[in-house]
Design a protein around this ligand. Structure first.
Ligand SMILES: Nc1ncnc2c1ncn2[C@@H]1O[C@H](COP(=O)(O)OP(=O)(O)OP(=O)(O)O)[C@@H](O)[C@H]1O
Ligand SMILES: [Mg+2]
Length: 505
């Protein structure tokens, strides 16, 4: 096609266009600099935002910012997200934070700055991002926060269901990884200890699997604990403090302390070992108890020895002063005052001599559950044999003999356990146990004869009822074993004359 313009005409047109553009650009620059001078900064940025708003397509996403702290207190959602997201790490994640303190059992893993984690909740995609902004000033703290982004239309669902799910899951993770601690006033104080208690990790390995006792009794205890922890609303409804008291009684070596450790390990509750000997007054007791945390077990071992639990009529109750520790101080705490000491607490008293306890301590409402841990039963022996020697079938030739010996002799689980530990060879260990029980049994018979003699001698004296006497009682298999008790007190039955291993008030 022939050109409409000659070459010289074309170059004229080009130079005209160029000079026109130059003068236009010059005019624009002039206008801009005039606008900069004439239009105030605020108005200009307003126009800029308006322009941006009108010509940028609207975002469908919503981002929630979850700061590390809300005001002075820490933000529960932030802490929960930190734990929760550690379980959502995907193969795409490139950097993670890892830590472990001396007391922690496992490594703590969390996501690192600028990492993104994608979570799916009921088909909705959510993006979490962890941000950490360095402080501008030297001494101020860095600002840490999570950003949670998702489609706007799911806002209600995320706030009403997803975030509560994150909180619940985080609580579960925390409980699973919790290291149970034992607090004692004499323990050296660790970094994370506050108040008057020092603590260390509870290394006691006892669990409900290892504690040897009747399986029915064990089940009742576990059921009772589970009912207690899930009844927050019930306790609120009936206006009762959310506490439960257990009295464990029985001879030494029958598993009272082991049971407490098993309870703590099962519930993941810390233990506060309260030695009454180190407490000098009721107000001291109150302060000590007020400084215990929720979800804990307060233990007072050997309650009959640790305080002179004297009859109320002996004047201790009339001593209202807070200057000394009295039985009524302890009872007040059990009855009512401990409702001001937080929630979800268990108190356990142990004693070898229930019959020596003041009736005021045994009255209904004081200790909710009384548990009798007694001499080794056949059921308990089977558990010990399985745990110590890995013998789970009952076919060992010595089982029959041992079981009948156990039924007729007062032998504690601690004694049985000690015998079973003597050898790794099951035959040797079980034979050792047979010899031990036989030896003990013959000693018992000897004592029985001696006691019978004393009894006979006593019967010749003028029948003084108040004097300590010996009685014989029938045990499980019918072998008569002598025990000593004061007339009118405890014995093997509870206060109400029931002989159950566990009863509730
Ligand atoms: N029921 C049991 N099941 C398993 N092991 C037991 C049991 N009873 C005792 N033992 C063993 O005996 C040891 C001592 O038991 P534990 O300290 O629990 O007895 P206790 O009833 O608290 O005694 P005490 O009245 O002297 O405080 C335990 O470490 C454990 O090895
Ligand atoms: Mg004990």
């Amino acid at each position: 096609m022939a050109s409409m313009f000659s070459t010289s005409e074309m170059s004229n047109i080009a130079s005209t266009l160029l000079s026109t553009y130059a003068s236009f650009a010059g005019t624009l620059m002039l206008l801009r600099s005039m606008a900069r001078e004439l239009i105030p900064e605020q108005l200009r940025s307003y126009f800029f935002s308006l322009f941006h708003y009108l010509f940028t397509p609207p975002s469908t996403d919503l981002t929630l910012v979850i700061n590390e702290s809300s005001g002075v207190s820490s933000n529960e959602v932030y802490n929960a997200a930190d734990l929760y997201l550690a379980t959502k790490i995907s193969p795409k994640t490139e950097r993670l934070k890892l830590s472990k303190t001396e007391r922690q059992k496992n490594f703590a893993i969390s996501i690192e700055k600028d990492e993104e984690v994608v979570d799916i909740f009921e088909g909705i995609e959510l993006k979490w991002r962890y941000n950490c902004i360095e402080p501008r000033e030297k001494h101020s703290a860095e600002k840490k926060f999570f950003e949670l982004s998702f489609n706007k239309k799911f806002k209600d669902k995320i706030v009403d269901f997803y975030l509560p799910h994150v909180l619940a899951r985080a609580k579960q993770i925390k409980e699973e990884s919790k290291v149970v601690k034992i607090y004692n006033r004499d323990c050296p104080r660790g970094d994370d200890d506050t108040g008057i208690w020092g603590s260390m990790n509870l290394e006691h390995p006892a669990t409900f699997d290892t504690v040897a006792m009747d399986s029915e009794l064990k089940k009742m205890i576990i059921d009772d604990l589970e009912r207690f922890v899930r009844r927050r609303e019930f306790y609120k409804k009936v206006g009762k403090a959310w506490k439960r008291g257990y009295l464990l009684y029985g001879p030494p070596g029958t598993g009272k302390s082991s049971l407490i450790a098993a309870m703590a390990n099962y519930l993941k509750f810390d233990i506060y070992d309260l030695e009454l000997a180190s407490i000098y007054s009721n107000s001291d007791l109150r302060n000590v108890l007020l400084s215990t945390t929720n979800r804990s077990i307060i233990v007072i071992e050997d309650i009959d020895c640790s305080i002179q639990v004297q009859d109320r009529e002996n004047g201790l109750e009339s001593d209202n002063s807070n200057r000394r520790l009295t039985l009524s101080g302890i009872l007040n705490f059990i009855d009512g005052l401990w409702s001001s000491c937080g929630d979800e607490k268990i108190i356990v008293f142990t004693t070898n001599h229930k019959d020596r306890l003041d009736p005021a301590l045994l009255r209904p409402g004081r200790m909710d559950v009384h548990i009798n841990l007694s001499y080794c039963t056949v059921d308990a022996f089977r558990i010990l044999a399985s745990n110590y020697l890995d013998i789970s079938n009952r076919d060992h030739p010595l089982f029959g003999e041992i079981e009948s010996l156990i039924q007729s002799t007062e032998v504690t689980p601690a004694e049985v356990a000690e015998e079973l530990m003597r050898s790794e060879d099951a035959d040797l260990a079980l034979q050792g146990l047979v010899n031990f029980i036989k030896h003990k049994r013959s000693k018992c018979h000897k004592n029985e004869e001696e006691v019978a003699e004393i009894e006979e001698a006593n019967s010749f004296k003028s029948g003084n009822e108040e004097k300590e006497i010996s009685v014989t009682r029938k045990r499980r298999s019918g072998v008569r074993i002598a025990t000593r008790r004061r007339p009118g007190k405890g014995g093997t039955k509870d206060r109400l004359g029931r002989s159950a291993k566990m009863f509730f008030h």
